[in-house]
Ligand binder design. Structure first.
Ligand code: NAD
Length: 541
C-alpha cells in the first residue's frame, strides 16, 4: 500500500571495471572462471519456483573448447510448458496487484547484488558458455544488466507520472495495468543482459512471464534465476523452460491467455512467430502485444573528409568485438577510393594485433563463435568469397573448429555492392567493404539505404557538416540507432535506447520507457464529484 508519492533512486550507469593486470576484480573473475570451468553445473527448469529436472538433458560446452562439458540443462515436455503457463497465471493475481514499490525494490536489489556478489559469477558464466572476453562480459552481463534494472525502475515511475488533465468538478486518472494474461519471452544467445531484461521488464510492470532462454545461454540464465530469487522475486512470476523452441512456442501461442511476446533473435524466426500469432488471433482473450528486436546488416559509411585511422578503428571495434556477434556489429562498409589505401593500411595493422583464443586469457581480443552451425555458415561464406571473382579476402579468412569454433577476423573486398556478404547477416567476425568513387556520394548513400531489408544500426564518418547533414537525411530510415563519427555498436542503457525498424524489429527501444509501455494496458478512470440528475441540455430550450 502506497502512503506517499515516492521517488526512486536516480539511475546512473554502472561504471565499467577495468580488469587491468593484478587488479582485484581481475583476480576474482579469473579464479571464478577457473572454478566454474573445472566443475559441472546441472541447470533445471524453474516452474513456480520449483527446480524441475526431466532427465532429458543437453550438454553445455564452451564454444572455445567444445569437447569440454561444463554441465547440462534439462528440457521440457509439453506438460511442463502447460504447467509454466498455469503457474504464471496463478501468480498473476498477487503480482499484478502488489504495490509498484515492492516490484521496484526487487529489481533495484537485483542490480545491487549483481554489482557486488554476483558480478564475477555472472561474467564468468557468460565467458564460459558464450565465449566473451573479460571486457565484453563486463559490459554486457554486469553493467548493461544492472543498467536495465535501475533505469527501468526510473522509467516505470516516469510512465506512472504521465496523467491527464482534469476539468473542474471531475478527476481523471490513468492507471498502468499489466496485460491480462501472460507474457512469453524468448531470448537470444548473444547478450546475457537481454536475456534478463526480456522477462524482467515485463515482470517489473506487473506481468507474469514464461521465459525460454536460448540453449546457448543456459549457464548464465541459471545465474540470472539465482539472482532474481535472492532479490526476492516471488515464485511463479518468471517461469523458465528450455528445449524444443517449436513445441514450447506452439504451446504458449495456443493459450487463450497469451497476451504478449517479448522476443529478441533472428528476423526469420520473429516473422514466423508473428504469422503464428496472426493465425491464432481468434483464440486470444486480448490482442497480444508483439515486441521483437531482430537481425541487422549494420553499416559504416565514410566520406573522403573522414580521418582514415578513425574509420579503421571503428571497423576493427565495430566488426570484430565479440566476434561480430552483436546485433549492432558493423558488417558492411562503404569507403571512398581516395582514403581506402590508408584505411586498409590501418586495418591491416590493427587486425594483425588481435589475438584469438580462450577468454580465460584476457589478452585474447577474439574468442570463439557460438556453435558449429554458426561456424559452418560463416566459414562457407568466407570460402565462397575466396573462390569468387566478385570478391577478395584481403585480411584473415582462416578458420579452425578442431578445439573451438575459431574464425579469424576477416575483411572481404567486394567488387559488387550487392555481393552476398554485403547483404546477408552472417553474425560473425566478417566485414565486407565496397570502395566507391569519391564523387558518387548520392549513389553510395542509396546503396546503404536500399541494399538490405534491415535498419538496425549504422555509422557515418565525415568532418564536413554539409555531408553529415546530407547523409543523416538520406539514411533517415536506414538505422534505428545512427552514429556520427563513432562505431555503430556499444549502446548504453539510459543514453542510447536500442532498436531498429524495417526487418530489424518493432523498434520499441530496449532500455526505455517506450518498451515498458508495451507491457501495460492503460485504464482511464473518470470520477465526477457532483453527478448530473437532469438529462436535458440547455440548448433544448
Ligand atoms: P535465433 O533466432 O536463432 O534464436 C533466438 C531465440 O529464438 C532462441 O531462444 C531460440 O531458441 C528461439 N527460436 C529459434 N527458433 C525458433 C522457433 N522456430 N520458434 C520459436 N523460437 C525459436 O537467434 P540467436 O542466434 O540466438 O541470436 C542471434 C540473432 O539475434 C541475430 O539475428 C541478431 O541480429 C539478433 N539479435 C538482435 C538484437 C536486437 O536488439 N535487434 C539483439 C540481439 C540479437
Amino acid at each position: 500500500m502506497a502512503r506517499g508519492f515516492f521517488n526512486v533512486p536516480i539511475a546512473t550507469n554502472e561504471p565499467v571495471k577495468g580488469y587491468a593486470p593484478n587488479s582485484p576484480e581481475r583476480e576474482e573473475l579469473l579464479a571464478t572462471y577457473k572454478k566454474m570451468f573445472n566443475s559441472t553445473i546441472d541447470v533445471p527448469m524453474h516452474i513456480n519456483g520449483v527446480e524441475v529436472r526431466t532427465g532429458n538433458t543437453k550438454n553445455i560446452r564452451p564454444p572455445h573448447d567444445h569437447q569440454h562439458i561444463v554441465g547440462q540443462y534439462h528440457t521440457a515436455e509439453k506438460k511442463h510448458v502447460d504447467e509454466a503457463i498455469a503457474t504464471a497465471l496463478a501468480a498473476r493475481q498477487a503480482w499484478s496487484s502488489v504495490s509498484w514499490m515492492e516490484r521496484a525494490s526487487i529489481f533495484l536489489k537485483a542490480a545491487e547484488l549483481l554489482a557486488g556478489p554476483y558480478r564475477a559469477k555472472m561474467n564468468a558464466a557468460t565467458m564460459i558458455a558464450q565465449s566473451k572476453n573479460v571486457h565484453q562480459a563486463e559490459i554486457d552481463a554486469a553493467c548493461e544488466m544492472i543498467d536495465f534494472f535501475r533505469f527501468n525502475v526510473q522509467y516505470m515511475t516516469d510512465i506512472f507520472k504521465d496523467q491527464p488533465q482534469s476539468a473542474p468538478g471531475i478527476w481523471n486518472r490513468v492507471e498502468y495495468r499489466p496485460l491480462e494474461g501472460f507474457v512469453y519471452a524468448i531470448s537470444p544467445f548473444n547478450f546475457t543482459s537481454i536475456a534478463a531484461n526480456l522477462p524482467a521488464s515485463a515482470a517489473l510492470m506487473g506481468n507474469v512471464v514464461v521465459w525460454k532462454p536460448s540453449d546457448h545461454q543456459a549457464y548464465s540464465a541459471q545465474v540470472i534465476v539465482d539472482l532474481f530469487k535472492e532479490a526476492g522475486l516471488p515464485d511463479g512470476v518468471i517461469n523458465v523452460v528450455y528445449g524444443d523452441p517449436v513445441m514450447i512456442t506452439d504451446t504458449c501461442l495456443s493459450s487463450p491467455d497469451f497476451s504478449g511476446l517479448h522476443f529478441t533473435g533472428s528476423t526469420f524466426v520473429f516473422k514466423e512467430l508473428w504469422k503464428q500469432i496472426g493465425a491464432n488471433i481468434h483464440k486470444y482473450k486480448t490482442y497480444p502485444r508483439i515486441v521483437g528486436e531482430t537481425g541487422g546488416k549494420d553499416f559504416i559509411w565514410a566520406h573522403n573528409s573522414a580521418n582514415p585511422l578513425q574509420v579503421a578503428t571503428a571497423i576493427t571495434r565495430g566488426a570484430f568485438e565479440y566476434q561480430g556477434q552483436k546485433c549492432s556489429a558493423a558488417s558492411r562498409a562503404y569507403i571512398p577510393a581516395s582514403i581506402w589505401a590508408d584505411v586498409k593500411k590501418h586495418l591491416e595493422t590493427q587486425t594483425s594485433e588481435l589475438k584469438m583464443g580462450s577468454p580465460e586469457d584476457p589478452s585474447n581480443f577474439i574468442n570463439a563463435v557460438i556453435h558449429e552451425g554458426s561456424f559452418d555458415k560463416i566459414a562457407k561464406y568466407i570460402d565462397a568469397a575466396k573462390a569468387d571473382k566478385d570478391a577478395e579476402v584481403i585480411i584473415g579468412g582462416n578458420h579452425d573448429k578442431s578445439k573451438g569454433y575459431f574464425i579469424e577476423p576477416t575483411v572481404i573486398l567486394a567488387k559488387s555492392p550487392t555481393y552476398a556478404t554485403m547483404t546477408t547477416e552472417l553474425f560473425g567476425p566478417v566485414i565486407t567493404i565496397y570502395v566507391y568513387e569519391d564523387d558518387k556520394i548520392d549513389e553510395s548513400l542509396k546503396l546503404v539505404d536500399e541494399s538490405t531489408e534491415y535498419a538496425l544500426t549504422g555509422a557515418i564518418f565525415s568532418t564536413d557538416r554539409y555531408v553529415v547533414e546530407k547523409a543523416s537525411k538520406a539514411l533517415e530510415n536506414a538505422a534505428g540507432n545512427f552514429y556520427i563519427n563513432d562505431k555503430p555498436t556499444g549502446a548504453v542503457v539510459g543514453q542510447q535506447p536500442f532498436g531498429g525498424a524495417r526487418a530489424s524489429g518493432t523498434n520499441d527501444k530496449a532500455g526505455s520507457a517506450q518498451n515498458l509501455l508495451r507491457w501495460t494496458s492503460v485504464r482511464l478512470i473518470k470520477e465526477t464529484f457532483v453527478t448530473p440528475q437532469d438529462y436535458k441540455y440547455p440548448f433544448l430550450g
